[in-house]
Design a binder for this molecule. Structure first.
Ligand SMILES: CC(=O)SCCNC(=O)CCNC(=O)[C@H](O)C(C)(C)COP(=O)(O)OP(=O)(O)OC[C@H]1O[C@@H](n2cnc3c(N)ncnc32)[C@H](O)[C@@H]1OP(=O)(O)O
Ligand SMILES: CC(=O)C(=O)O
Ligand SMILES: [Mg+2]
Length: 370
């Protein structure tokens, strides 16, 4: 049975910090993955602080089995030595992706990281989450470790959706703990688990398409062999839309996961933008080149912010209807504009370049009351 409303926000261990009532909307446009055991990558981390919203020390897939302990220790060293990273000190959060709960490393990852650098860790990403039982396990263990380490704020939990069972149980996963911060799409493992026939890590597929109807000749006979335009569709639309609804319903945040074709920056931007438009707040960056893409895509454009401010100003108390540039705006569209402006304000608070751009938008008050 799930916890009752009465004890949902009670700490799960004596001495553990109280769970948060609301998950803070901290900017997390790019969750940048690095292997803390890879010297070249690790050396770049100090200079990345302040340039990316989240630095994530990855201990799971993409780290060779023989390097698991080295990567774990590397993350401890980075957490201890890197200034302005994680906790409440600066704009760049420190996250980790631990090994899966059924692996030989998952338990030691959690115990070591919370004990050694728990004060720096903002979020623990848990891979291959199948249902609420996985979150319950991590929830209790984190509480015990936080109490032992004397931490004064709870570490949050992020689940990767990468099994069919995880997708089927999405709502119970989101609701499993007040620690739940968000969900990411895990398109590679999810494709394998679902027996999808794509071998790509995220992104589209040229075979997943719809085709224009055939032209007809003068007698109305379809010309099946004639030229017909095809339109590539988004393989991930269903899962992302489902993830966005589940997260919004539970007050947590949805993220597009990885885009593996590092060189195809154009398609990466398109995939990230689809996710942004559908309601995601960020995506993973696997290579330094993807950080700028995510920062750009997940920041509202100056045009969108200008339009949103104009609608809000024209709508006064937010009720009624006005015409702006030939379009009707009303109580509902002003709420859409408030979402845009709230995000712009959050980002401007940590990104001086964006602040400059948003501050330069001239005040515009125009519109005609209906
Ligand atoms: C399905 C999933 O689970 S996705 C999540 C798991 N996968 C990952 O985390 C992958 C992370 N990324 C990587 O491992 C690498 O970026 C790769 C393998 C994709 C490409 O690596 P490379 O071939 O070395 O890329 P490239 O030559 O362009 O790198 C340029 C420089 O950036 C460094 N670099 C590459 N990726 C990163 C990174 N994620 N973070 C920091 N530095 C990086 C390289 O070490 C190299 O450094 P150098 O100039 O000192 O030699
Ligand atoms: C993101 C991830 O782990 C996957 O696609 O499998
Ligand atoms: Mg995976």
């Amino acid at each position: 049975m799930t916890r009752t409303a009465k004890d949902f926000f009670a700490p799960l261990a004596v001495g553990a910090p109280a769970p948060l009532r609301e998950i803070p909307a901290r900017p997390s446009r790019a969750i940048h993955f690095f292997d803390p055991g890879n010297e070249k990558m690790a050396a770049k981390v100090p200079d990345m602080v302040g340039t990316v919203d989240v630095l994530l020390g990855n201990l799971e897939d993409a780290v060779k089995a023989e390097n698991k302990e080295k990567s774990r220790q590397g993350l401890v060293d980075i957490g201890r030595a890197t200034a302005n990273l994680g906790g409440t000190v600066g704009p760049t959060q420190l996250w980790t992706r631990v090994n899966s709960l059924d692996s030989p490393w998952g338990l030691d990852d959690l115990v070591t990281l919370v004990t050694e650098i728990g004060d720096k860790l903002d979020v623990v990403m848990v891979p291959k989450v199948q249902g609420a039982e996985d979150i319950h396990y991590v929830d209790r263990l984190l509480a015990q470790l936080e109490a032992k380490a004397g931490l004064d704020r709870p570490i949050l939990v992020h689940a990767i959706l990468e099994t069919a069972r995880g997708v089927a149980n999405i709502e119970e996963i989101c609701a499993a703990s007040p620690r739940m911060q968000g969900l990411s799409l895990g398109p590679a493992d999810l494709a394998a688990d679902r027996r999808m026939k794509t071998t790509r890590v995220g992104g589209g597929h040229p075979g997943y398409l719809v085709r224009q109807d055939p032209e007809r000749d003068d007698l109305g006979v379809p010309q099946y062999d004639g030229p017909r335009t095809t339109y590539q569709q988004d393989l991930w639309h269903y899962t992302i839309a489902r993830m966005v609804d589940a997260c919004a319903m539970h007050g947590i945040y949805p993220y597009y996961g990885p885009f593996g074709d590092i060189k195809d920056t154009v398609a990466c931007e398109d995939q990230f933008r689809n996710a942004f438009l559908l309601g995601c707040v960020g995506a993973w960056s696997l290579h330094p080149a993807q950080i700028a893409i995510a920062n750009k895509v997940f920041s509202p454009s100056v045009e969108d912010v200008a339009h949103a401010r104009r609608v809000i100003a024209a709508m006064g108390d937010g009720t009624g209807a006005v015409m702006i540039d030939g379009k009707m705006e009303d109580d509902a569209s002003v709420k859409q504009c408030q979402v845009m402006v709230a995000l712009a304000d959050e980002l401007a608070a940590i990104d001086p370049e964006l602040k400059k751009q948003y501050d330069a938008i001239p005040d515009q008050h125009s519109g005609t009351e209906a």
